[in-house]
Design a binder for this molecule. Structure first.
Ligand SMILES: C[S@@+](CC[C@H](N)C(=O)[O-])C[C@H]1O[C@@H](n2cnc3c(N)ncnc32)[C@H](O)[C@@H]1O
Length: 253
């Protein structure tokens, strides 16, 4: 008997990100890891906030005097330490810390990085040396906007102002100078609807998740009819189009 297509989707729960087949076109050339590599010297001390299992740090961050990766998830830090052992890299350590309750020394780091993780610019300012850099990358409110409008919900959907603008203003207000906010625009093409569906079940794009109202989070199942409508309207010869909107911020103490 032919398997019902929607049951088939439900089987995706155990897919990992590597199984999702898509291509991307980046319309802006601000690449977070390249900026870190350009600004660091061999003497730099770097703090990576919300480092998760340390993949970015271990694969893409430069060799320098010291890199500390932190995350509030104990499980993530355990994995990061396993990955560190396998990597054979030197001068890197990982430890548990909440980005919003930082306990790093004052005036210590040359660069603080935060990719897709919450920040408190005032605490980052304290831990940076004079002239040190803050480099941020985040997912903006208008990420996947057509999809979110079709579903009438999603990450940041009900926010009064974009998170990029709130971060930007908080960084200026914390005392940083030379603050730049860079909109990042990307077109992703998912090979099949199974690939897109897998993404939407793995990443909270369609969940009413907001850092304006963090206690209001609830996971809602994806309505199959609306999903099919999106797929129909966005299928191109390159795949199913999903427009991503990220933002980069660079600032100096
Ligand atoms: C989307 S992942 C990004 C991981 C990594 N920075 C990257 O770009 O691949 C977000 C990470 O931030 C961590 N995180 C979320 N809130 C945090 C907080 N308040 N303090 C520390 N880590 C936090 C999560 O545990 C998770 O590992």
């Amino acid at each position: 008997m032919k398997k019902n297509e929607y049951d088939y989707y439900d089987d995706l729960a155990n897919w990992s990100f590597e199984d999702i087949d898509y291509t991307k076109e980046t319309l802006t050339n601000w690449i977070y890891e390249d900026i870190v590599n350009e600004l660091a010297t061999k003497d730099s001390k770097i703090l990576d906030l919300g480092t998760a299992a340390g993949e970015k740090v271990l694969k893409r961050f430069p060799d320098c005097a010291e890199i500390v990766g932190t995350d509030y998830s104990v499980a993530m830090i355990e994995n990061a330490n396993k990955n560190l052992k396998k990597s054979g890299r030197k001068n890197i350590s990982f430890r548990v810390m909440d980005n919003l309750k930082m306990d790093t020394p004052d005036n210590y780091f040359d660069i603080v990085t935060a990719r897709h993780t919450p920040i408190d610019p005032k605490q980052i300012y304290k831990t940076l040396k004079k002239d040190g850099y803050l480099i941020v990358r985040g997912v903006d409110m208008h990420d996947c906007w057509e999809l979110k409008r079709l579903f009438g919900r999603g990450q940041g959907y009900h926010d009064k102002s974009p998170i990029s603008v709130r971060d930007y203003e908080a960084i200026i207000d914390a005392g940083f100078k030379d603050v730049e906010l860079i909109p990042l625009h990307e077109k992703d093409y998912y090979k099949t609807k199974k690939d897109l569906y897998a993404l939407l079940t793995k990443v909270p794009i369609l969940d009413d998740l907001s850092d304006e109202n963090p206690d209001n989070y609830k996971k809602v199942p994806i309505e199959k009819g609306i999903f099919e409508k999106y797929v129909k309207e966005h299928t191109t010869n390159k795949g199913i189009l999903l427009i991503r909107r990220y933002y980069g911020i660079i600032a100096r103490k």
